[in-house]
Design a protein around this ligand. Structure first.
Ligand code: FAD
Length: 461
């Protein structure tokens, strides 16, 4: 048995970041992790392996679509799937080992095994019970299931199975047109798989900016993805290594089915808190999530919670920010997360990124706003890389010009969004961005042009 200032349960981006910050702030810190490697869903079976496969297949897309246009001639590469998987695994292990190194560097103890909380102030790992002044639940999430669709992680897979398929399927039905479904659908579409996306709502990426949705769906369709929208999946049956998926149109109940090599269930994720003993402790829950207050406190004194296990967007950087903030709270400082400025990114080609409010949200609030929009068609650099189809849209308050949101579809959108995040954190106006000199030729000039379009007008549109 050992005694710590803080024990964190779960070493995903929420838990490991929290641990490092706690240690940096002088707290004696331990992390309980049941997986064989650190980094949680994100590093092992989420953000990182998916981005490795997106990167590899993006290169393939470039070869097929654009190399000849640039005078790069020669045979097209073939795909060695086993080698691509090995590359992905290398990327994962390099990153997870990096967290082990950071734990050693910061003197964070890794308590290996699955943890539970027998009583406040105590954490049980295997047969050992450790003591802590504070406990942080950072146990993350797991894939949500769908009635009538039984996952076997071979033919019917979650994202975890989709990242490690035995072979590239000839056809794939993706259930759910959210971020994970579209990213992994893109991976396989670029590898030559016939991808059909079936979505319950009438649009893809529900909740995103309406114009982004239209442009994104058009581009993905051009890349070979098929969409069946407004359709409720009734079930999927596996026979002889293939799956038959049936859905019903929401508008008239008409059923249709398709036989496919693989099915990816990407209908969202749900918090994972099994085995912690929260019910016995009386920790209050909210629709399966751990309920917390503004200081990440649960209803039981001394127990805190962060990341995918608590309400809010299920994103690694949101979990990280909460990890840092709760560490500061535990060290007697003023940890805080600004939930109004959390970017969301889809790492397809082109990328999609957004932060803050959409026009749809502002209309619902009845708030007066103005829009500055700039197409990448007017951006020299985007044209050079054959990604001129998208745009940057900045939304600002009609009276004060304060930036309220930004929505980008285009090259490196996931990086471009951050200058708007910083601007929003400083309460900047669109004019502040517009008056900031941007290097030429860069994609970020499109952000400035959108800001200019909120005022007297963009130059290159
Ligand atoms: P997790 O990362 O889920 O970590 C929780 C950890 O707790 C796990 O390692 C688990 O083993 C451990 N654990 C659970 N219970 C116990 C216990 N009782 N004892 C010990 N250990 C326990 N987000 C992004 O921001 N960008 C992306 O590009 C992105 N891509 C994604 C792609 C995919 C395919 C998936 C599935 C997710 C993606 N996400 C992405 C979401 C992101 O992975 C999660 O939001 C993030 O990992 C949440 O972090 P967390 O620390 O809350 O939990």
């Amino acid at each position: 048995m050992a005694t710590f200032d803080v024990i964190i349960i779960g070493a995903g981006p929420g838990g490991y970041v929290c641990a490092i910050r706690c240690a940096q702030l002088g707290l004696k810190t331990a992390v309980v992790e049941g997986r064989d490697s650190l980094g949680g869903t994100c590093l092992n079976v989420g953000c990182i392996p998916s981005k490795a496969l997106l990167h590899a297949t993006h290169q393939l897309h470039e070869v097929h679509e654009n190399f000849e246009k640039m005078g790069l001639m020669g045979g097209h590469p073939t795909v060695d799937w086993a080698k691509m998987q090995a590359y992905k695994e290398d990327v994962v292990s390099g990153n997870t080992k990096g967290i082990e190194f950071l734990f050693k560097k910061n003197k964070v103890t890794w308590l290996k095994g699955w943890g539970s909380i027998p009583e406040p102030g105590k954490v049980k790992v295997g047969d050992e019970v450790h003591e802590a002044k504070s406990i942080v639940i950072a146990t993350g999430s797991e894939a949500a299931s769908l009635p009538g669709v039984e996952v076997d992680e071979k033919v019917i897979v979650t994202s975890t199975g989709a990242l490690a398929m035995e072979k590239i399927p000839e056809s794939l039905v993706v259930i759910g047109a959210g971020v994970i479904g579209l990213e992994l659908g893109s991976v396989y579409a670029r590898l030559g798989t016939k991808v059909t996306v079936v979505e319950y709502m009438d649009k893809i990426i529900p909740g995103a900016d309406g114009e982004v949705i239209k442009t994104f769906q058009r581009i993905l369709a051009k890349q070979g993805m098929e969409f069946v929208l407004g359709a409720a999946v009734k079930g999927a049956v596996v026979q002889d290594g293939k799956a038959s998926v049936t859905w019903a149109a929401k508008k008239d109940g008409k059923e249709a089915s398709v036989t496919t090599d693989a099915v990816l269930v990407a209908t969202g994720r749900k918090p994972y808190t099994a085995g912690l003993g929260l019910e016995a402790l009386g920790v209050e829950m909210l629709k399966g999530m751990v309920k917390i207050d503004g200081h990440f406190r649960t209803s039981v004194p001394g127990i805190y919670a962060i990341g995918d296990a608590v309400p809010g967007p299920m994103l690694a950087h949101k979990a990280e920010d909460e990890g840092m903030a709760v560490a500061e709270v535990l060290a007697g400082k003023h940890g805080h997360v600004n939930y109004g400025v959390i970017p969301g990114v889809i790492y397809t080609t082109p990328e999609v990124a957004s932060v803050g409010q959409t026009e749809e949200m502002l209309k619902e609030q009845g708030r007066a706003y103005k829009v500055g929009k700039f197409p990448f068609m007017g951006n020299a650099r985007a044209k050079a890389v054959f990604q001129a189809e998208g745009f940057v849209k900045i939304i600002a308050d009609k009276e004060t010009d304060r930036i309220l949101g930004c929505h980008i579809i285009g090259p490196a959108a996931g990086d471009l969004i951050h200058e708007v995040c910083v601007a929003m954190e400083f309460g900047a106006s669109a004019q502040d961005l517009a008056l900031t000199c941007h290097a030429h030729p860069t994609w970020s000039e499109a952000v400035r042009e959108a800001a200019l379009a909120c005022g007297d007008g963009a130059i290159h549109a």
